[in-house]
Write a protein that binds this ligand. Sequence first.
Ligand SMILES: Cc1cc2nc3c(=O)[nH]c(=O)nc-3n(C[C@H](O)[C@H](O)[C@H](O)COP(=O)(O)OP(=O)(O)OC[C@H]3O[C@@H](n4cnc5c(N)ncnc54)[C@H](O)[C@@H]3O)c2cc1C
Length: 411
Amino acid sequence: MGSTSSIQFCRRNNKTFLRIFMILVLSCIPGLTNLCSNPSVTTPTDLLPSNPSDTLSSLDSLDLEGYISFNDVNNASKDFGNRYQLPPLAILHPRSVSDISTMMRHIVGSTSNLTVAARGHGHSLQGQALAHQGVVINMESLTSPGMKIHKGKQPYVDVSGGELWINILRETLNYGLSPKSWTDYLHLTVGGTLSNAGISGQAFKHGPQINNVYQLEIVTGKGEVVTCSEKRNSELFHSVLGGLGQFGIITRARISLGPAPHMVKWIRALYSDFSAFSRDQEHLISKKNAFDYVEGFVIINRTDILKNWRSSFTPNDSTKANQFKSDGKTLYCLEVVKYFNSEQANTINQEIKKLLSELSYIPSTLFSSEVPYIEFLDRVHNAETKLRAKGRITWCGQMLVRGEINRDIMS
Ligand SMILES: Cc1cc2nc3c(=O)[nH]c(=O)nc-3n(C[C@H](O)[C@H](O)[C@H](O)COP(=O)(O)OP(=O)(O)OC[C@H]3O[C@@H](n4cnc5c(N)ncnc54)[C@H](O)[C@@H]3O)c2cc1C
């Protein structure tokens, strides 16, 4: 905010009365603000457009390859979990980078108070991807140019900022390649996670997703299209990565790839002592050639946790696992994964056995499973699909949804 390259523009004018009136109207309509018991949301009056009808007609006159919708704005009015409802005036569905640039130039050159927000898959909180009475740019409609994979010594993929990570995984796997760093949930956009960090159990080895980007194409707050990298326009590069959408719109990203494994050994074990749990995690992330993924969960007040695991995991010692009681205890679950290919099938179990022998989990709680790489990476979506089918995902509250998903994954 406030810099020429920032995305949100605040241009004051004197029509204070109209702005106050709009806020009063909006705050009186139930459902337009917080639907759950959450902190109250107000948009500062100087961030609301000064003359909505002039603004609408000026937006309508833009020469675009894509289109602008003014009526059907529901999808871009809420954040994930429906905690914040801040409808935009319009949604831009860009077909090209030039559409985004045209929009940004139009806004920066106008006297309206329009705000702009890029929206990926809309999974962020606190209204991050919302622009109250402003313009939301629906990044998922930017599908061209398509994905381009470059093989070679340092393979990479060039993708649109609106591409979903799951699609990148599917496409790169056709070449035996894959991005190295992930989020737990893959149905998120490249621009959305690169604006945050992009963290999962591979981050200890490869860094978060923002550490695995060679180059970005950005539309700045002035509407310029700029290519940036570590060496070229590096200030913009480092500002946009993890910049919460405030320093420019990511229209294209060059993401580093590595060889994709075929299979993973997926292992879980429980601890009752937090110090032992965190000591083992630290040991694993500092050891070379140990696991490829390390995460952990806290389990509170679950009954029969190991019984639930049996649907997807096999206990190391079935009899002892049957005797373990989780009821009422606070437990810590270590989750680790080792990637492997068919030629390593004979040695992988020995390697894992050795690594596990260095840990101090509760022996009866050791469970493992063997699944294809893609199935492991897409695990949260699989759990989400199951929960949706059972009607257990509702609109109220990201924490509820994430809690449910985590619980389901644990089962
Ligand atoms: C169920 C669930 C699980 C999650 N798990 C993880 C996880 O394991 N690891 C993790 O790191 N995060 C996780 N998150 C958080 C998630 O990564 C972030 O909220 C991410 O921003 C969502 O991406 P999105 O495409 O939905 O972005 P949106 O929510 O649409 O946007 C997020 C922010 O990025 C900006 N933005 C979007 N696209 C662009 C663009 N092209 N250029 C510039 N700015 C842009 C938006 O304006 C907004 O500020 C999870 C979220 C959910 C709901």
